[in-house]
Design a protein around this ligand. Structure first.
Ligand code: NAD
Length: 489
């Protein structure tokens, strides 16, 4: 059974019931996770220890706090291979996807190393005669981070480096489907010069999450996962007086204008839809061809998509790994059937895929469903699998209306050579991330990460300056010092 990391030590959970996590390519059991009511006791212990550690850490100068991040970056770079292999074996990603997500995690550490500059406040001397006013930023205290299965390393780093650089403690609850990467990362955190308890790892599911949302010493929650859970966490967390940023699901549209470069666009779009087996919050899902370009794009997309190779992600020649669980595979295959029942044509149908040597893996080959009615389930439900819905519209304005009527607003992309079309799209579309001739508009660590509408609940996003603001509270101080106004200089 996996241990928690609490108060700077590996520790058995109070919970003796367990659930299993499997390698999605082989079904081999890779971990037993403590999972039940007694997880609450683990969380309470982690939060109480985190509070004591925070009281010590908040007084460490920021220049010293970021030294820990430089060390963490080096440790992660030295252990890249084992971390990447762990991601592939618990999450199913290809080798390059696993290394890619680690790179994104490290970039966030690098940006958070700039906290000594980013945390600076404001100061005005003589706001009135002899009176000075300043705004300083102080940490919140204990914070919590709850993450989904699809990026076992990266998502924690949208928050963790900023939280500790600004003087907070953090308790991390990873997805029960992929707990091992965080264990490997905590083996590195264990080597850092941090107060015991400042960063903790607790396992579990809803019991652990509810304990975090209810604990009075937890001041802020960073959540990433599906929309229903994000909504729940946002409403319950804010009712309990906590600062909450909750990132939810997505259904990302990509618009292909008649003037786009057919070959380049098809390649980028295929990567966007099928990268990480479609299990990316920024995966393209609904591809909209505009005007008369459907035929040529459809043929080109079909050829490129058909040539992609599905299999065990750690094998070099593989373009796409399995989906996370057997239940996920069943759900995605059922949705493909729904699309067909709704009148769509499966011009590529990835169901019933068997990979030699990995017969029990959760594989689905790339699927394309064409010509589905816009009101139907397949167009509006987050599939989170390797399925493209291919539809066509008459004008860019029709496409923008369709996008803006969707519940989600994580990402939308346009492919065009026209500056004015690109500008209109960027300006009018209701989504948090826009791509222009880019298939996965994932912001670099300097920029805020997350969406609009049902893809995000909160105000401040993860990464960069937003994260610095999220993990600090401002304090305004007004000072009058009598000696300075009694004498003329
Ligand atoms: P999920 O919502 O099932 O789980 C996320 C976390 O919430 C896990 O740690 C889980 O243990 C916990 N959880 C699950 N049910 C809960 C409940 N009822 N009460 C309290 N906690 C609960 O999400 P998932 O399946 O792991 O991840 C896929 C989802 O995450 C997709 O919808 C995807 O779009 C979304 N996602 C969004 C972003 C983003 O930036 N917007 C990024 C990655 C993934």
């Amino acid at each position: 059974m996996l241990k928690n990391y609490i108060n700077g030590k590996w520790k058995d959970s109070y919970e003796k019931q367990a659930i299993k996590a499997n390698n999605p390519a082989t079904q081999k059991v890779i971990a037993e996770i403590p999972f039940g009511e007694k997880n609450v006791k683990d969380v309470n212990e982690a939060v109480n220890c985190a509070y004591n550690a925070y009281l010590e850490w908040r007084d460490v100068p920021v220049m010293k706090r970021v030294q820990v991040l430089y060390r963490l970056k080096s440790l992660m770079e030295e252990n890249l291979d084992i971390l990447a292999e762990t991601i592939t074996n618990e999450c199913g990603k290809t080798k390059s996807e696993s290394y890619g997500e680690l790179q994104r995690a490290i970039e966030n550490i690098e940006v958070a190393c700039g906290t000594p500059m980013l945390i600076q406040g404001d100061f005005i001397e003589d706001i009135a005669s002899g009176i000075d006013e300043m705004m300083i930023r102080q940490p919140l205290g204990v914070t919590a981070c709850i993450t989904p299965f699809n990026f076992p390393s990266m998502i924690v780093f949208w928050f963790l480096p900023y939280a500790i650089a600004t003087g907070n403690a953090m308790v991390i609850k990873p997805s029960e489907k992929v707990p091992l990467t965080m264990i490997k990362i905590f083996e590195l955190i264990d080597q850092l010069d941090l107060p015991d308890g400042l960063v903790s790892l607790v396992h579990g599911g809803k019991h652990s999450v509810d304990a975090l949302i209810e604990h009075p010493l937890v001041k802020a929650i960073s959540f990433v996962g599906s929309t229903p859970v994000a909504k729940y966490i946002y409403s319950k967390g804010t009712q309990n007086g906590k600062r909450v940023q909750a990132q939810g699901g997505a259904k990302n549209p990509v618009v292909l204008m008649p003037d786009c470069d057919v070959e380049m666009t098809s390649k980028i779009v295929a990567d966007s839809v099928y990268g990480c087996a479609g299990q990316r919050c920024l995966a393209a899902s609904v591809i909209i061809t505009v005007d008369d370009n459907k035929r040529k794009l459809k043929d080109s997309l079909y050829d490129i998509v058909k040539s992609r190779k599905t299999g065990y992600g750690w094998n070099d020649e593989i373009d796409m790994g399995p989906v996370i669980t057997n239940e996920s595979k069943k759900r995605i295959e059922e949705l493909i059937q729904v699309g067909i029942n709704e009148g769509g044509k499966a011009i590529l149908d990835g169901r019933n895929t068997k990979i030699m040597g990995f017969e029990s893996g959760n594989f689905i080959n790339p699927t394309i469903i064409e010509d589905v009615n816009l009101k139907k389930e397949i167009i509006n439900t987050e599939i989170f699998g390797p399925v493209m819905s291919l539809i066509s519209m008459k004008t860019l304005d029709d496409a923008i209306d369709f996008i803006n009527n969707s519940n989600y607003g994580n990402m939308a992309c346009v492919f065009t050579e026209s500056g004015s079309n690109a500008r209109k799209f960027r300006n009018k579309v209701y989504a948090g991330n826009i791509g222009v001739n880019i298939g996965v508009a994932a912001p670099m660590a300097q920029f805020p990460f997350s969406g609009w509408k049902d893809s995000f609940f909160g105000d401040l996003h993860g990464q960069g300056k937003h994260a610095i603001e999220f993990f600090t509270q401002t304090k305004v101080v007004i000072e009058r010092w009598p000696n300075t106004w009694s004498r003329k200089f």
